[in-house]
Write a protein that binds this ligand. Sequence first.
Ligand SMILES: C[S@@+](CC[C@H](N)C(=O)[O-])C[C@H]1O[C@@H](n2cnc3c(N)ncnc32)[C@H](O)[C@@H]1O
Length: 346
Amino acid sequence: MKRYVSTCISGMQTVVNDVFSRTLSAYRPLRVYDGLLIYETDTDPVQLAKPGVVNNTYLLNCIFKDDLSGDINDAIRKNLSALRLDTEFLRRSGVLKKQRSFKLFANDRNRPVRLDYALTAPLEKQIQSTLGLRLELRRPDAEFVFSRRSEGMLLFMTKLTYSRVTEKDLPQGALRPELCRLLAEIAEINPTDIVLDPFCGHGSIPVQVMKNYRYNMIFANDSDAQLIAAFKKEYGKNDRRLFIKCRDVLDPANFQDDFIDKIVTDPPWNVYQHSEADFADFYTRMLREFARILKPGGNCTILMGNLPDFEAAMRQVPQLVLQARYPILVNGKKATVFRLGKENAT
Ligand SMILES: C[S@@+](CC[C@H](N)C(=O)[O-])C[C@H]1O[C@@H](n2cnc3c(N)ncnc32)[C@H](O)[C@@H]1O
């Protein structure tokens, strides 16, 4: 069984671990750190290379204990004779089928550092001769990475994930697909669920739900008419069970009582563009509305960066009970994912 490393949003490792336990074949976590999982699985690496709930996935070629003394090149030198790369597995599995060029990289506690190429020249030769890749220092297709971590280890890995969405592909303010997937996983969407994102913006969350889950209906609302028009133009005809509407979240005419199973959403935070509006009051009215429209047993999963106002609002709406909270980092900024449930009537 092969070992892999996946990096994920800081704070989301337990959610990723749960997803992997359910979806990967013969999954066995070996170590779970903040933002990093090391595990075994016999899942096809081509599957692991596809976009999902993680940032990147690597085949773990070798792992060494490291006391963090000296620099990363000293650490590599110490372990040089034990350095292994299973090029036969990489070739057979076809994970690097589309790659033509490669480079060796190094990072030390998340900072890129310079490799002593005299040390790694034999490795480069092995990659060139057995995988048929050519060395390309500027824009390599494939990446082989030495990573020294503060947890006291040196990893040597082959990157598998190459089809990730980059920041440049996303419209301003849109959430990354893997974060939307994680929010949907926390919500536990079922095939019979009516799902709502009342602050859908560019539609990042509804699109990920549509692409990756079975559901009954999805409602994607936002008060910005332009965003709604653009989202409708792109996705309006994709699925007859997706309803895209320009609506204010507080409008009581949007939904009848007890109609929605899962709300998955990213409300405005009022943290970066500070408005004079009273956000504790806005969140209180929003949560009261959620409590009204959710079915008993339903839940809302909310990405929130404005803790003082949101926690004040939560105290005002005891009908929604805190089921889980995950402090995370989104692009280096602190945020929290809350899952609040509407209890079944007794
Ligand atoms: C943080 S953004 C959501 C971004 C979205 N998750 C995405 O990836 O594009 C918040 C959204 O809430 C919308 N919004 C603000 N106040 C609203 C209200 N009262 N009712 C409905 N939508 C509102 C804004 O237009 C904005 O699109």
